[in-house]
Design a protein around this ligand. Structure first.
Ligand SMILES: [Zn+2]
Length: 426
């Protein structure tokens, strides 16, 4: 997957030139589930606080904290070192415009501190169209502000045949980079984009766009539908909201796109040695290679292949700096020759799939910077590239009934968009 992720990741992934596919309004898509926009806080403050003046960027300190499981607004503020009384007053004031119980995991809390380290401002984005904040006010301690943006949600559709790379054909269809990255992420459990894509393969994608009153694209939202056609086999996926705030992608049969372990826990790497018998580059004799090697520059991030618990983190003789993770289903994954571990990743810590655990290096018995990656099934190394993995969850009867309705709606929408697309292209 890394081949073009590396190429597309930039500071301004959404800053694409305007593009011209037809669009159609969609009525039922829940704007609230869109991820919070990554806007500089200065922009938000300028629009939110009528008397913001010219905040001094040198003297003011800003922190942005992500809401985790079990957090409350109060606990987050206390963990940021805010005095109990200030935190309490700020939360009380905020209640005028926002119910703190609506805080969701993954949301961000933006804090601004005055030069004396006291809280000056707290700001949240409950949705892409709504921002709420409290700002210190001499007289009443904290005062609440709310701003609403009038954004229209549209759905765009793009389709393309891959001639050289998915990146190129998606760019030709004006698919924004952030949407392309999302597309790759959705399929990353199933498709190795660096090795499996062939000439003649094709993609379809339908995704959200948010437009302001002037019709300008403010930001792109989530992919709602995608279909990869690989060597003639179609793999459609539909976005589905399992419960409020929790969306996932499912195929026609209601099976989640997720798999327990990533086959390639690194971006932009070249497969440099396969699993199996080979002549050892250092020892000289034929030896079983019980993992796969990915050559990548020193410092390239390495991801946890799946949710799990770190059971080993440290030096492990020839493996050099080494991490092992225990996953569900009797699987373990191991990562060797790291240059260093990610701060905070220690033995016993819980990790999520895709979380960075360390960085590529050449420690231990190694001829150059690479990741040696192993998957162990019931204690024995297996080939990470070919092992059959159990699929993710399958929707239960009730959820599946709901999913079927949603899927039919998406299919109709996509069919209409496709028709318009064909007409425009003539
Ligand atoms: Zn190796």
């Amino acid at each position: 997957m890394g081949l073009f992720i590396g190429a597309v990741t930039g500071p301004d992934a959404d800053g694409m030139p305007a593009f011209s596919e037809p669009m159609a309004a969609v009525g039922e898509t829940d704007v609230q589930t869109a991820p919070a926009p990554e806007q500089p806080i200065e922009t938000i403050l300028a629009s939110i606080t009528p008397s913001a003046g010219n905040p001094d960027p040198v003297l003011e300190k800003k922190r942005s904290l992500k809401v985790r499981n079990g957090d409350t607004l109060m606990s987050i503020m206390l963990s940021a070192g805010i005095a109990h009384e200030d935190a309490h007053d700020a939360v009380s004031a905020l209640r005028a415009v926002y119910d703190p119980r609506d805080l969701r995991v993954g949301q961000r809390v933006h804090l601004t501190f005055a030069p004396d380290d006291n809280l000056k401002e707290m700001q949240l984005d409950p949705s892409v169209v709504r921002k709420v904040a409290v700002r210190r006010d001499e007289a009443t301690s904290f005062r609440a502000f709310e701003t609403k943006r009038n954004l229209t949600l549209k759905i765009s559709f793009a389709r393309g045949t891959i001639n050289s790379s998915l990146y190129k054909s998606a760019a030709r269809q004006n698919v924004p980079l952030s949407v392309l990255a999302e597309l790759v992420r959705i399929y990353s459990w199933d498709v190795d984009f660096q090795r499996e894509i062939q000439k003649g393969d094709a993609f379809e994608v339908a995704y959200e766009r948010f437009l302001d009153d002037d019709g300008h694209v403010v930001r792109h939202g989530q992919v709602i539908y995608a279909r990869m056609i690989l060597s003639g086999a179609a793999k459609p996926l539909y976005r589905f909201e399992l419960r409020p705030g929790k969306t996932d992608y499912f195929d026609d049969t209601g099976r989640s796109a997720k798999r327990p372990l990533l086959r390639t826990p690194i971006d932009g790497a070249r497969l440099s040695s396969r699993f199996g018998k080979r002549r050892h580059p250092i020892l000289g004799y034929t030896k079983m290679h019980r993992g796969v090697d990915f050559a990548a520059p020193t410092g390239t991030p390495i991801y946890a292949a799946g949710d799990g618990v770190i059971t080993f983190r440290g030096r492990n003789s020839g493996y050099g700096k080494y991490i092992r993770i225990r996953h569900a289903g009797g699987f373990n994954s191991a990562y060797a020759h790291m240059s260093r571990f990610r701060k905070g990743v220690t033995q016993g810590s819980r990790v999520k799939q895709g979380q960075v655990i360390g960085y590529v290096g050449s420690t231990g018995r190694s001829t150059g910077p690479h990741l040696h990656y192993e998957i162990l099934a019931r204690g024995r190394q297996v080939n990470p590239l070919t092992i059959k993995m159990p699929s993710g969850i399958k929707l239960g009867r009730k959820d599946f009934a709901r999913f079927e309705v949603k899927r039919a709606n998406i299919a109709t929408l996509v069919a209409n968009l496709q028709k318009k697309n064909t007409i425009t292209q003539r």
